[in-house]
Design a protein. Structure first.
Length: 436
């Protein structure tokens, strides 16, 4: 018998997402920073805590003020629309300036942007507080615009900083923590805002500098940013961004849309729930309403952190979780059409939808940050976060408009949007089995 030769089968997996095939050159500082990703040291835990404070401060900027808006209307003699601008102007200013701030962070460094942003954020809070004391709506709205500008240099840049500091599973875990801390801020802020109102309705404005100061100290002393070797010229930088979208635009734009839609739906359904809880037969308001709103948000927080811890750089797992998350959102939001009058089942379904969002967002964060070189990461993550901000800003007013039509219009629309997004993500976002 002839001897048969054993042959090895070389099997490779292809993907539409081109993620850094070969590791970029790194400096000694980069190597030191990256080595912390596998150390699990006590220092890394403190670094994680410092990073987590940044998105919490950002979220407090809007959500903590919501319980005080009716009182603000009465004290300043302004309309409901004018009070809503206190929230909207913040999100719009942040969304518009995030891309510019992202470029500056790529050019000059992340901490160089985050530290002044936190100082300006807290300072504008003091200005808004004095505006309230002076009964000046113009001062308050101007201060809120400044806070929005400063907000552009906080959480969006922190996401890029995570990509600079860590690699492998530690990066995914840190990004999951960023998303979880973002959600935690959403859970806590209405409750804290309601408690601060017991002092005076504008106490939240003066609370901002306290939170900013704590985050500022943590960033300064607990985070060591890798050094940047070179600063790209603007023309070359914009050319690189253009190339990124030319090569990866199909899935990158889909990822941007999916992230924005996830937060649009999340804040929209919370706005819907907040309104119906105040109406008959529930008549629930204040801290109790904040605790009920925290239920779906808590589902998202726990899921976000768990997802970030599990996915590491497992591209196939990310794809499964993104699609499962969108399926959960689609099915639960469609099912609410049959349980609009059963508040317990309704809240449970909204929680399932939030859990789906918690599966989706950390995967998108990891894929987006991992697919771009460090030198352009700030701009790409900033564009992504800009759309997320606009999704948050658009949620309440568009849901309010749909609620005027009918409750069925609300949930037919959002379940349909989730279904369309599921199709786009399923066909266009296909990460490799193992992300480098």
């Amino acid at each position: 018998m002839e001897k048969t030769k054993k042959r090895k089968l070389n099997i490779s997996f292809q993907s539409d997402i081109d993620l850094e095939d070969s590791p970029p050159e790194t400096t000694d500082e980069d190597s030191k920073a990256k080595s912390k990703s596998t150390s699990g040291s006590k220092g890394q835990v403190w670094e994680f805590i410092a990073l987590a404070t940044i998105p919490i401060v950002l979220v407090f900027g809007n959500s903590m003020l919501v319980p005080g808006l009716p009182e603000m209307q009465r004290e300043l003699g302004i309309s409901k629309f004018q009070s809503s601008l206190i929230i909207t102007i913040f999100s719009l200013a942040a969304g518009l300036f995030i891309p510019l701030i992202g470029y500056l962070s790529d050019r000059f460094g992340r901490k160089v942007i985050i530290i002044p942003a936190l100082i300006l954020y807290g300072g504008a809070g003091i200005l808004a507080g004095f505006g309230a004391i002076w009964n000046s709506y113009a001062v308050i709205i101007s201060a809120r615009a400044i806070q929005g500008f400063a907000a552009a240099g906080t959480a969006p840049i922190a996401m890029a900083l995570v990509g600079d500091l860590y690699d492998g599973g530690t990066e995914s875990k840190a990004l999951g923590l960023i998303e979880a801390s973002n959600g935690s801020g959403k859970v806590l802020s209405p409750i804290i805002g309601s408690l601060l109102m017991l002092i005076v309705w504008y106490a939240s404005f003066f609370a901002f500098p306290v939170f900013c100061a704590l985050s500022l100290l943590a960033v300064i002393f607990l985070i060591k940013e890798p050094k940047r070797n070179q600063k790209q010229e603007l023309k070359k930088y914009l050319g690189n961004i253009k190339e990124i979208f030319k090569e990866k635009g199909r899935w990158l734009i889909t990822a941007f849309f999916a992230g924005s839609l996830g937060l649009f739906i999340l804040f929209g359904v919370l706005f819907y729930l907040s309104n119906i809880l105040e109406e008959k037969p529930y008549n629930i308001d204040g801290v109790m309403k904040g605790l009920i709103l925290a239920i779906p948000l808590l589902g998202m927080v726990i899921t976000s952190y768990t997802t970030g811890s599990l996915i590491k750089k497992k591209g196939l797992l990310m794809r499964w979780l993104m699609n499962i998350g969108l399926i959960a959102m689609t099915v639960s939001l469609a099912a609410t059409l049959f349980f609009l009058k059963n508040i317990y089942v309704f809240i449970a379904l909204l929680t399932v939808s939030s859990i789906g969002t918690g599966m989706l967002l950390p995967c998108l964060n990891t894929i987006i940050t991992g697919a771009v070189e460090k030198s352009e990461r700030g701009m790409i993550t900033s564009l992504y976060n800009s759309l997320r901000f606009l999704g948050v800003a658009a949620g309440p007013p568009l849901f309010g408009w749909m609620m005027d039509k009918s409750d069925h219009v609300v949930f037919i629309t959002v379940s349909s949007l989730s279904l369309v997004t599921l199709g786009l993500v399923f066909f266009l976002i296909r990460p490799p089995r193992k992300i480098a």
